[in-house]
Design a protein around this ligand. Structure first.
Ligand SMILES: Nc1nc2c(c(=O)[nH]1)N[C@H]1C(S)=C(S)[C@@H](COP(=O)(O)OP(=O)(O)OC[C@H]3O[C@@H](n4cnc5c(=O)[nH]c(N)nc54)[C@H](O)[C@@H]3O)O[C@H]1N2
Ligand SMILES: Nc1nc2c(c(=O)[nH]1)N[C@H]1C(S)=C(S)[C@@H](COP(=O)(O)OP(=O)(O)OC[C@H]3O[C@@H](n4cnc5c(=O)[nH]c(N)nc54)[C@H](O)[C@@H]3O)O[C@H]1N2
Ligand code: SF4
Ligand SMILES: [Mo]
Length: 745
């Protein structure tokens, strides 16, 4: 690796020896809970929270004992996100508080004897340094040259600081690395975004079609619960996945599709529904635009045509299409979530939306319901200054249908090859580990090297922290207030998060960090309160409630005020598309010069000796954020490489053998991975769970355990419609003997 201005510093260089270790009382207590031993609950106090282990944000209770030690977390019975039960990750959330590898103090990059290292500094010194640099960047390039990458609750506080400072260049990896194409594809069709939680009426669904969406391993709580209830009621599942996922194993039909060919299958399903007149004619006649165009478009997309492409037998395609029609409109083609696969993702999601339209499932029981969100007033503050440019101006018309900012475009605007006058010179990265989150790490590092200021706010010494100028340690969600949770659902609802323990070490909540930094930037008028509890109480009082009440209840649900949950029979309805109808033929896409009807395009195949790199989730982990969590690491400490037995035999590799991988660009995995030989995966791809193979030695439990899929994702197929980063076009081969590697300093 070439020497860069910002050498990666393993935080271990600093040595945190002697600081507090894991809480032994807590560990015993968790042991007791897991062992199901009875405990006297009377000595415990409970504090409301919502979980931060993933973005489902389940509301729950943190129980603490008389000494204030955290004991356990459990779900809030009134919460529609969790229905009273946390998933294994949420239950293990206390491990985040308890992890002895946590960041403990603000750290500043310094050079000692020509070698870069991190030095502990006071919060005040850190703020002075950051404010000086921000002001300098603003003077030289304008405040817009400061950019914020955020993910998770703390990011909202920083978002406000950035707007007050004069920048709207704010982004998150949940769009262009996750669900962006889904939002664009469904918006173009139904005039509405899907958002989170997805408004899928799983509890009433009779036929569920999962396309590369592995609910059960993807552990989004209420949906897993609703799906298992529906299974008990006889739900038919059709799973399209090259791997026998948990969902596939519970399915009536598992379609082990050849990767990257889903659009062909979707078009053939439309062909069957239309030619066999199985679609919802009344619904289409009343609500849809462009049916004749669609009919002509799929006329030659026969199951036989699709069989050649997808390897799924024509009669299976017919049979599954009929199964969908039989159960319609309670048939749900699930829109998925992590959908940035092959660069034509918006078009694949459009095809999924169109299929839902043909089945009449949008706005229907067992399909998609119309969600409603509670209104929470904003705490008053002066108007934000106007800005002279944003990421949209930088793009100058490219990715025109992107409804949200594109994280990888921020990398481009920071990279030295940006020749425009709209340059990003400073980054705040709050709660996102960009090194393993945005593909093409090399480019991310080149951008980082071109920064004048790089601040990372995190709870753990994750990879991204090693490149920062300043690291600010945030306390965990169990130690802080955060914004009121508002999200769309069947019933509008809110939930609060309150601190269950004092912040450990020198860590602080984001709202405090932001207020102190605002003081230094002379922006304190935007943050006119002493504690975030004041803001929450003010907001709740405007709504006729209070923080004291929320402390008792945790969650409040409200009556719906607007439309019904579902369409009434024959109800007149205006969709949010340009035509006001469900656009089978998309006028938005046509206007921007894209295919108004989805087309199948072939994608490159793995060369001989290589396999497509497939990745996904494990029920007990969230991305890379939980790999080091003591409770969750105990459940699964490394990922394994799923390899088909025939492939393993040919390669001469056996179960549990450690091998390395090399991708099509000659990039070798940093660590080895154990092989899991299994019939559950096809011959053309290998599979691993994302989030392992942590590089930083300071992460004692997770460093070097398994492989990071992200290191091998160097080929990125960008979606021309909205800028999403397709990550599934990477091919790997096996390396049996430990490869020689240049040590990363
Ligand atoms: N190769 C590959 N890339 C992917 C994916 C994939 O499957 N494979 N998945 C994509 C998807 S779907 C998504 S949504 C994104 C997810 O991307 P990220 O959200 O970036 O994923 P994580 O690895 O969990 O990184 C979260 C970071 O936040 C920190 N953190 C956790 N809690 C807190 C907190 O309370 N405060 C602060 N300040 N920091 C905190 C963690 O320590 C960690 O560094 O990744 C995308 N990128
Ligand atoms: N436990 C847990 N749950 C989570 C998360 C987590 O980190 N941990 N993260 C949450 C987030 S933010 C997201 S976005 C979701 C992501 O969860 P999902 O939206 O379910 O998506 P992926 O993880 O991408 O799903 C991968 C599946 O797609 C299959 N697949 C691969 N290639 C193809 C193909 O070409 N065609 C088809 N049809 N299938 C293919 C894989 O074999 C695998 O089963 O999970 C959420 N839930
Ligand atoms: S699904 Fe699990 S990890 Fe995610 S918020 Fe809910 S309890 Fe937490
Ligand atoms: Mo995601």
């Amino acid at each position: 690796m070439s020497k860069s201005r910002r050498d990666f510093i393993k935080i271990s260089a600093l040595g945190f020896g002697g600081l507090v270790l894991a809480n032994p009382i807590l560990n015993t207590m968790i042991g007791q809970v897991q062992a199901g031993e009875p405990m006297d609950a009377s000595q415990f106090k409970r504090v409301p929270t919502y979980c931060e282990v993933c973005f489902w944000k389940c509301a729950g209770w943190v129980h603490t004992d008389e000494k204030g030690e955290l004991w356990k977390i459990e779900g809030n019975e009134d919460d529609p996100h969790c229905k009273g039960r946390f998933c294994p990750r949420g239950t293990g959330g206390i491990g985040m508080y308890n992890d002895e590898d946590r960041l403990k103090s603000p750290l500043m990059r310094v050079e000692i004897d020509g070698k870069q290292t991190f030095k502990e500094v006071s919060w005040d010194k850190a703020f002075r340094f950051i404010a000086d640099k921000m002001n300098q960047i603003s003077e030289e390039h304008g405040p817009e040259s400061m950019a914020l990458f955020k993910h998770g609750s703390g990011g909202a506080h920083f978002g406000k600081l950035f707007k007050a400072f004069g920048s709207r260049n704010i982004t998150a990896p949940s769009y262009a690395q996750c669900r962006g194409p889904r939002e664009v594809g469904f918006h173009a069709t139904f005039g509405a975004n899907i958002n989170s939680p997805e408004p899928v009426d799983l509890e009433n669904t009779k036929c569920l079609v999962l396309i590369g969406n592995h609910i059960g391993e993807n552990m989004h709580n209420s949906h897993v619960q609703e799906m298992s209830k529906a299974i008990d009621k006889g739900l038919k599942i059709i799973t399209v996945d090259p791997r026998l996922s948990t969902a596939a194993s519970k399915s009536k039909h598992w379609l082990p599709i050849k990767p990257a060919t889903d659009i062909a299958l979707l078009l053939a399903w439309m062909h069957v529904l239309i030619t066999e007149k199985l679609y919802d004619k009344a619904y289409i006649d009343q609500y849809a635009y462009g049916f004749e165009d669609l009919e002509a478009h799929v006329a030659d997309k026969t199951p036989e045509w699709a069989e050649k492409i997808t390897t799924i037998k024509a009669d299976v395609i017919r049979e599954t299409a009929r199964e969908m029609a039989f159960n319609a409109p309670a048939t749900l083609i699930h829109p998925g979530r992590h959908v940035t696969w092959y660069g034509d993702d918006t078009q694949r999601l459009r095809a999924m939306a169109i299929l839902n339209a043909l089945l009449g499932s949008w706005g229907r029981k067992g399909g998609f319901y119309f969600p409603e969100t509670a209104k929470v007033p904003s705490f008053p503050h002066p108007a934000f200054p106007s800005v002279s440019w944003t990421w949209k101006d930088y793009l100058d018309g490219k990715y025109a249908l992107a409804g949200s900012s594109i994280a990888n475009v921020f990398v481009d605007a920071t990279h030295p090859d940006n020749t425009t006058d709209k340059k990003i010179k400073g980054w705040f990265v709050v709660g996102t580990n960009l090194i393993s989150t945005i593909p093409d790490t090399k480019r991310t590092l080149e951008a980082i090297d071109n920064l004048d200021l790089f601040v990372v706010v995190d709870t753990m010494p994750m990879e991204i922290t090693g490149y920062a100028d300043i690291i600010l340690p945030e306390c965990t969600y169990l130690e802080r207030y955060d914004d009121i949770r508002v999200s769309p659902n069947r019933e509008p609802n809110i939930a609060v998060r309150m601190p269950a323990a004092k912040p450990k070490y020198l860590t602080k909540p984001s709202d405090w960090i932001v207020r102190k930094l605002a003081d230094k930037l002379k922006l304190s008028s935007y943050f006119n309160y002493k504690s975030y509890s004041e803001v929450l109480d003010w907001q709740l009082k405007q709504m006729g409630h209070s923080l004291a009440e929320m402390q008792e209840k945790g969650v409040i649900k409200f009556e719906r005020k607007h439309e019904n949950l579902y369409l009434e029979e024959g109800e007149e309805y205006e969709f949010g598309t340009p035509t006001g109808m469900i656009e089978l033929y998309s006028t938005d896409l046509e206007m921007e010069g894209f295919d108004p009807l989805p087309n199948y395009t072939p994608h490159p195949e793995p060369p001989a000796g290589y396999f497509r790199l497939n990745y996904g989730r494990a029920p007990m982990h969230t991305f890379g954020r939980t790999a080091n969590n003591p409770n969750l690491n105990e459940l699964m400490s490394e990922n394994k490489l799923w390899v088909n037995p025939k492939i393993a035999m040919a390669a001469g590799i056996v179960n549990d053998q450690e091998i390395w991988l090399e991708n099509q660009d000659g990039i070798k995995s940093e660590f080895p991975i154990k092989v899991r030989v299994t019939e559950r995966i096809g011959m053309d791809n290998v599979y691993m769970v994302h989030g392992f193979g942590k590089s930083n030695k300071k992460l004692q439990r997770s460093n070097g355990r398994g492989i990071s899929d992200s290191q091998l994702v160097t080929n990125v197929m960008v979606d021309p419609v909205m800028g999403g980063t397709g990550m599934r076009g990477n091919f790997v081969k096996f390396i049996i003997d430990k490869p020689e590697r240049e040590e990363i300093s």
